[in-house]
Design a protein around this ligand. Structure first.
Ligand code: THG
Length: 258
């Protein structure tokens, strides 16, 4: 399970302000803390709708890399901001993300080629996020086909079925689980998969409990990576326990401490 820390994200007010002021210490503190709790990669987003997004992304990537030595997931839908982020990455990066829209895939897969990065592919298109599992699979097939055209091997692709808010789209939590099960049949070895876990509980109470419970379910459906809060202790305990129960890690009495 690849753990991608969610916290270096300009949508959090404190982070947004730190980016405005180019205050490195807040971003660096978040980066160090997430890695300490087990993050393998860090998602970096400067937040939507800022005019200085490419410059802000370059600055954020450099600031984070000055304190931690792990791969970054460059989280933006803007091509120029994506390239600014990728250019600054010292290690293999992850493009977060392309949709299944043809033009978007052309642009983002080209960048993936040029920068030899991994790429998260959202199973949505110009019509939005499909409401059922099989439509998500249809988009996944379009994505995998296009990746082949760009000579991007399947181990570099992370399919994201898009987790929605439980408070406004309750039935979608089941469709996402179903989609993950179906994605497994699309290639051999099965494609990598990723979700933004905290989307689930946005605007809800009992966030940690919702996120942790859903993570266990997602993992049992084959999820291979997640953007989540590594400082959420319940989420991390359930993640470690699920790895044991799914026989992905060797059980030892002290498995939570290891
Ligand atoms: N898929 C992919 N990338 C993603 C997502 C996804 N990147 C962004 C997001 N979704 C994952 N990251 C977060 C980060 C924070 C929150 C949720 C997901 C979050 N924010 C608070 C909220 O919504 O209530 C607001 C924070 C604040 O304002 O303080 O929970 O799905 N590929």
């Amino acid at each position: 399970m690849i753990i991608i820390g969610e916290k270096c994200n300009g949508q959090f007010r404190l982070v947004g302000k730190a980016i405005d002021e180019r205050d490195e210490s807040i971003l660096q503190d978040l980066a160090i803390r997430q890695v300490k709790r087990g993050a393998h990669k860090l998602d970096v987003s400067v937040g939507a709708g800022r005019e200085d997004a490419p410059d802000a992304m370059k600055w954020a990537v450099e600031a984070i890399q000055n304190v931690v030595d792990i791969g970054l997931s460059i989280d933006t839908q803007d091509l120029e901001t994506m390239e600014a982020g990728l250019k600054s990455c010292k290690r293999k990066a992850m493009i977060n993300s392309t949709t299944a829209e043809s033009k978007k895939m052309d642009a983002m897969f080209s960048l993936a080629q040029e920068y030899e990065s991994d790429i998260i592919c959202l199973t949505m298109n110009e019509k939005g996020v499909p409401l059922d599992a099989t439509s998500r699979v249809e988009l996944a097939m379009i994505i995998l086909q296009k990746a082949m055209d760009f000579d991007i091997s399947s181990e570099r692709i992370y399919l994201d079925p898009l987790v929605m808010q439980i408070s406004s789209a309750q039935k979608q939590s089941l469709e996402v689980l179903e989609a993950l099960k179906l994605f497994r049949n699309l290639s051999d070895p099965p494609p990598n998969t990723v979700v933004g876990l905290s989307n689930l509980s946005s605007g809800a109470e009992e966030r940690s409990l919702l996120n942790a419970t859903y993570l266990a379910m997602l993992m049992s459906c084959g999820l291979t990576a997640a953007i989540l809060d590594p400082e959420d202790e319940l989420v991390m305990k359930v993640l470690r326990t699920s790895q044991i129960l799914l026989n992905q890690k060797l059980y030892a009495p002290s498995y939570l401490k290891a």
